[in-house]
Design a protein around this ligand. Structure first.
Ligand SMILES: [Zn+2]
Length: 237
């Protein structure tokens, strides 16, 4: 049995390498996502600001037209005032002119507020565009580099996985099943005893377990961490 188990040590080396790759690049996909989301968010902000500015300009245009039209109406009414003889009609016209002038003042107040808002939006846009150029744009390069590393790592990992596939063909099927079940926990799966303790969890193993390992007749698991135990001397590489 020990011989059979030892045949798995090469597989274990590959699995350790794969695990190492996975660990090194574990956080890369989420980091990439985070960077991409950040760019999207800042881009969206700028688009929204531009849309806001466009709609504020349109609104301002409308107010300008309203003021123009109020001016025209006021002028027409004032012209009419000269050609009127009846006091009653004169007073009615004067009231109408007054109402229009007040309306116009209200619109002009709105114009001023809107112009201030527009100015703020424009300032906001300028600031965001500057920030984008300085802080966000360089993130694209960071993304490219991370992505390149990740691609390379995945290639290497694929190679290892192929190698692994070839390797498993040579191995005992039943033991492979046990090994792969234990692998879910994470490699290494096969661990030498050190002195009287498990080489993984370092807990002293019971004497009867130790004897079974030395007898080399069956698969012996560490009762504490579930690793396959092998004797110390057999695993020097
Ligand atoms: Zn253990």
């Amino acid at each position: 049995m020990q011989k059979k188990i030892n045949e798995f040590l090469d597989l274990q080396k590959i699995d350790l390498n794969i695990a190492e790759f996975e660990k090194t690049f574990e956080t890369v996909p989420s980091k990439l996502n985070e960077l991409r989301n950040k760019i999207d968010f800042e881009e969206r902000k700028i688009i929204n600001l531009k849309e806001k500015i466009e709609s504020q300009k349109l609104e301002l245009n409308e107010l300008n037209l309203e003021v123009e039209s109020a001016n025209e109406k006021i002028k027409a009414l004032e012209d009419k005032l000269f050609s009127i003889n009846s006091t009653k009609e004169f007073e009615a016209l004067q009231k109408e002119t007054g109402d229009l002038k007040r309306l116009k003042l209200g619109i002009e107040d709105d114009q001023i507020k809107l112009m201030e808002n527009l100015e703020n939006s424009q300032k906001n846009l300028d600031e965001n565009e500057t920030k984008f150029d300085e802080e966000i744009e360089p993130l694209r390069q960071e993304i490219d580099e991370l992505q390149k590393n990740l691609d390379e790592c995945n290639l290497e990992k694929d190679k290892l996985l192929n190698e692994r596939g070839e390797k498993t063909k040579e191995l005992d099927k039943d033991l492979l099943k046990t090994y792969e079940n234990l692998l879910r926990n994470k490699p290494p799966v096969i661990i030498p005893i050190i002195g009287e303790s498990c080489g993984s969890c370092f807990i002293k193993i019971p004497p009867q377990t130790h004897i079974k390992v030395l007898q080399e007749e069956e698969i012996v698991l560490c009762p504490f961490c579930n690793k396959i135990l092998i004797s110390e001397t057999e695993n020097n590489d």
